[in-house]
Design a protein around this ligand. Structure first.
Ligand code: HEC
Length: 181
């Protein structure tokens, strides 16, 4: 063997032996990059807001429904439709936090028991109408929520109680408003 072939014989097997090490290194960097991205994501964590509940503004203090109805609203609706949201631990972890935050913001915008239209019977009546509709149709409480929060699952009986009461309340408010006009 001359010097040249000897050198090749020595060099050739080398890259092959090196391959698993190179792959492992790459994997390590991919894992590091994923962890870093996840970490950075946490900095953009959605601002979970807990605005203060102004006394007298909340439905339950302003114009409280009967206790069994209030109890249903509290356990099945208040996490999204009020300022008294209990964020679960995973609600602090992006990207789940983004998803929950957008849900809660959307929900509060449409129906917020912490900002109840106390002096506006017509608006309150419309809200109770929407509540009756959405609960009757099974749209509310959101199924993606009750899958995890078992306590918020409504029995047929609770659903009916809430729907009946919301309809009655809507009518009562409309008639009081008609009487004052
Ligand atoms: C997990 C969060 C969550 C829970 C719990 C929840 N909702 Fe909702 N709700 C939403 C979101 C998000 C929307 C808006 C988007 C939509 O309509 O799907 C909404 C919309 C509504 C609307 C429609 C308002 C409109 O403008 O028409 C009503 C009424 C409503 N919810 C009532 C309830 C009632 C009553 C409960 C409890 C029995 C409840 N929701 C529980 C998230 C929730």
């Amino acid at each position: 063997m001359d010097l040249e072939t000897e050198k090749i014989a020595f060099v050739e097997p080398f890259p092959e032996a090196l391959a698993p090490i190179v792959v492992k290194r790459r994997l390590k960097w991919i894992v590091v990059a994923v962890i870093a991205a996840f970490g950075l994501m946490q900095l953009t964590n959605a601002a979970r807001t807990y605005p203060a509940v102004v006394p007298g503004h909340d439905l339950l203090s302003a114009d409280p429904p009967p206790p069994q109805i209030s109890a249903i609203l509290r356990t099945a609706c208040y996490d999204c439709h009020s300022y008294e949201t209990h964020w679960p631990w995973y609600g602090h972890v992006a990207p789940v936090s983004w998803w929950l935050d957008s849900h809660v913001r959307d929900a509060r915008e449409r129906l917020n028991f912490s900002e109840w239209p106390r002096g506006d019977a017509e608006r309150a009546a419309r809200k109770w109408n929407h509540v009756a509709e959405s609960v009757r149709d099974g749209d509310m409480p959101l199924p993606s929520y009750t899958r995890i929060h078992r306590a918020a699952r409504l029995t047929e009986d609770q659903r009916k109680q809430l729907v009946d009461w919301a309809e009655q309340e809507s009518q009562r408010l409309r008639s009081t408003e008609a009487a004052t006009q």
